[in-house]
Each structure stands twice: as C-alpha cells, then as structure tokens.
Ligand binder design. Structure first.
Ligand code: ADP
Ligand code: MG
Length: 259
C-alpha cells in the first residue's frame, strides 16, 4: 500500500523513443517516490534521461512500461498541476516579466484577475518586486531565471520540476540562486524534483538525492541527506556534507562503466 503522502509515484518505468535509427530506450525500470513537501535532487550523466523523466511527469511524453501517478492519478496527458522551470528562462520577449509569470494562467484558461495578486506576491518572493513591468531582455540571466521560477509556481502546482535551472548562469550567480531557491522552498514547502549535474548543489538543496546510471537511465543510488535547514556555508564545511558528497562522488567514480 502506497503511503498517502506520496505525491509523485514512479514504478518500474521505461521510456522508449522512436528514432530514425529505431527504438531507443532512454529510461529503464525506474522507481522513484517523492513525498509531499520533499525536495528531491536527481543527478546523472548527460543523456541519461533526466529531461525525459521530467517530460513524462509533466505529461508530454508517454511511457513504454510501468506506472506513473501524480497525486494518485495516472498521467494520461499534459498536466495542469505540474510546474516546470527550464535550463533556459524561455520567457516571451515581447511580454513584461509580470505577464510572463501569468502565462500558465492564460494557457490553462484560468481567471487571470484572480492570479494578479499572486503574481505580485511571487515576484516579491523571488526578489523581482520592482521588475514586473520590465521586458525580459532588461533583466540579467539570474533575474530571468527567477522570473521562470515565479512562472513555475503561479498556478500552485502539486509538483515543481526544475531541469538544471542554474546551469546557464555564472558561478557566483549560481551560488546565490541556490541559496535563494532554498529560501523559496522553505517558504512555499513545494514538492520539488530538481535535476542537476552538480553534486554540491544536490547535497545543499535536497532532502534526498537520486543518482541515475548512464543511458538507459535507471536508479543506482538513493541517499537521504539528513542535514538541518537552513543550510549555509557552514553546512558545506560540515562532516555530514562531505560524507554525502563523497558517497555521491564515489558513485560516479566507481560506476564509470555504468554512468
Ligand atoms: P539528459 O536530460 O539526462 O541529458 P535526455 O532525457 O534529454 O537526457 O535524453 C535521454 C536520451 O534520450 C538521450 O540519449 C537522447 O539520445 C534520447 N532522446 C532525447 N530526446 C529525444 C527525442 N525527442 N527523440 C529521440 N531520442 C531522444
Ligand atoms: Mg537534460
């Protein structure tokens, strides 16, 4: 019997793409459970199926085998109760930042007037309170990515999916955004699946880290982080942080053939 607080439940899932060279298995027999309010980081080498996983959960891609449910419902098409933040901010250049945040509301034909105040609240939350009226190109890369986070949260999704959201940012901005994401998550208590290439980022942010093997991706390790919040620079210097990070690093090193 599944625990009632599991929001995302993936069981024995395989995903196969039909390519011009024949079928290509991207994910194989993957199991993953994410509980309500949990922050799960997924680490894995390039091409192992991380973005594919998020496409399935958002209902954009079907599966070949297994079962996936969000809030107990099987995924059969694009889902409205899922939010996504992409690696690139993908904001509409002709719309203001505030209008961009409201895009999912228009797309889902929800009553926009009822979400105006929420857009302002989220813009404040992500530190863009004074920038709602600007166009995307008038913002820095980090600011655009924050607008992307506000857009991902506007319809109060049951799960927020983040696909390497800081990968395109410079190192300093990336560190600051990691801290900000932790604050946002502590405030919103969202259920998050966060894809990253960075072991440090995964350990800093997540309650649980899942490591995928190289393609076809499958789970090779699941590790509870068990570090108090809020995590700070001191946390990064703690023995537990090193222990978890080293365990993950070993997994990448030792499993080179598989990763
Ligand atoms: P990751 O995000 O981990 O880098 P992806 O999920 O984007 O990996 O891709 C996983 C694998 O699936 C890749 O090896 C790629 O070759 C294949 N793939 C991804 N998208 C498609 C597609 N639209 N059609 C066919 N194959 C794809
Ligand atoms: Mg990807």
């Amino acid at each position: 019997m599944q625990s009632p607080d599991v929001v995302l439940n993936i069981q024995n899932m395989s995903v196969v793409y039909e390519t011009t060279r024949g079928p290509l298995t991207a994910l194989s027999k993957l199991d993953l459970q994410v509980r309500k309010g949990e922050f799960v980081a997924v680490l894995g080498p390039s091409g192992c199926g991380k973005s594919t996983l998020l496409k399935v959960v958002s209902g954009l891609l079907g599966i070949a085998e297994g079962e996936v449910t969000v809030s107990g419902q099987k995924i059969v098409g694009p889902r409205k109760d899922v939010g996504i933040v992409f690696q690139q901010p993908t904001l509409l250049p002709w719309k203001t930042v505030r209008e961009n945040v409201l895009v999912p509301i228009r797309a889902q034909r929800l009553p926009k007037a009822q979400y105006e105040a929420e857009a302002d609240r989220l813009l404040n939350l992500v530190g863009l309170g004074n920038f709602g009226g600007y166009l995307p190109h008038e913002l820095s890369g980090g600011m655009q990515q924050r607008a992307g986070i506000a857009r991902g949260l506007i319809h109060d999704p049951a799960v927020l999916l983040m696909d390497e959201p800081f990968a395109a940012l410079d190192a300093l901005t990336r560190e600051r955004m990691t801290d900000e994401l932790q604050s946002i998550w502590m405030e919103t208590k969202k259920t998050v699946v966060f894809i990253t290439h960075s072991i440090q980022e995964a350990v800093y942010l997540a309650d649980k880290v899942v490591v995928l093997s190289g393609r076809p991706g499958t789970k090779v390790l699941e590790l509870d982080v068990n570090l108090e919040r809020p995590r700070t620079l001191d946390t990064m210097a703690s023995p537990r942080f090193s222990e978890v990070a080293n365990r993950l690093r070993e997994m990448f090193g030792a499993g080179k053939r598989n990763l």
